[in-house]
Design a binder for this molecule. Sequence first.
Ligand code: NAP
Length: 438
Amino acid sequence: MRHIAVIGSGPAGYYTAEAALKHWGEDIRVDVFDRLPVPYGLIRTGVAPDHQTIKAVSGRYEKTALTENVRFVGNITIGSDISIEELQELYDAVVIATGAPHDRKLGIGGEDLRGVYGSAAFVGWYNSHPQFRNLDPDLLGETAVVIGMGNVALDVARILSKTDEEFQGSDIAAHALDILMQSKLKRIVLLGRRGPHQIMMTPKELGELARLERASPRVDAADLPEEGDDAMLEPGLRKSVNHLRSFAAIPEHIHADKPIEVDFDFFASPVSILGNGKVEGIEVERTEVKAGRAVGTGETYTIPCGLVVSCIGYHSANIPGVPFDERLGRFANDEGRILNGLYCVGWARRGPTGTIGTNKPDGFAIIEKIVEDMDAGLLGRGGKKGRAGFDELAQGRCLDIVTFRDWKKIEEAEAAAARDGSPREKFADIEAMIRAVK
Ligand code: NAP
């Protein structure tokens, strides 16, 4: 019997567990740890609340979680409740699948002003992440600036634009919906330091902007390259650029009919965030794209605004004793290998790129590496204590473990608390989750 500990119960964690089951069948035990009492990581707190079909992938992880050989161990923080070294003593292999939960910093002045948020915090707020439930952003100004031209920036702009009816069927946090419904926003500026040909937005997600009830996307046709130049783009990006072209053709009367404008400001790099205690504006420098890079022109201007959400990517959280690449913001690794018997997968391995599906081959690949290392005799001969050893240690430390069965009780309570038409009202507070189990 071999034992694997997976740290993190998001897509990368569960695809790894699934791959282990596929490879070893009855001869494996996998414990999937999470610091929260609830599983699924970004599926629960990252994927937009109005994208329920994407969240449905958790059904696949549940299948894995419900097998005898895989166990969910919630409410346990590796690094404080139990160290990595202790886990390594107990399990043949330890796989870090903790994603990239921290916001990358812009590194400009004013970033710490009230009303300036990173996307991990802002998305966490409307998705009921316990860490961010008290964010209480002020949406009473007329303008919000969303920095970045990726799918997270799109999610944020869309959530800021939707009406109550458009949130029907979503599981947006009630505390967020209350604040969003009092919003006075009229303009959401999407700030991109490069041009339309360099956006990271995927076509399906970008297309949604044109179908919003009370918001219309505005692109300045002068920012678009010659149409013929689109031919050299890869097909997905070409489709996204086509959307931008159609946004540029939206007639003025449509803009006039909708109270909110989502304004694409290309070739615009943030220089500093202005305000006294609270954000009041953002200073931006015009750029040109040279050899694919944004180069400042020296021309600057200010966008007055009451909210800034920076959607420029994430970095992983380091764990004491585990080699970490500070520059890349992820664990130092060679194709997922960190140290003997210690591996990483998903965003913790490669950084915050790719879709949920990208984690599937990643999970299967890391199991291949573990198999190679076992075959090479690098991971001992078996005989480790695995979950029985962990349970012993947890009991000794009085750790309050949340099992998958416990999670199903939390899930049931969340479904029972749902507003009409919503699948669930997620607990945004760890104590409440634990109470639902007892
Ligand atoms: P992303 O796709 O990497 O986009 C980050 C954006 O931030 C880029 O436009 C980048 O511009 C910009 N940026 C970075 N540093 C900047 C700076 N200092 N100043 C100004 N702009 C800066 O990241 P993301 O949007 O966080 O998404 C992360 C991953 O999750 C992506 O793979 C994404 O597709 C995925 N995701 C998917 C969905 C979905 O499928 N529905 C939803 C959400 C997220 P440059 O290109 O110039 O660096």
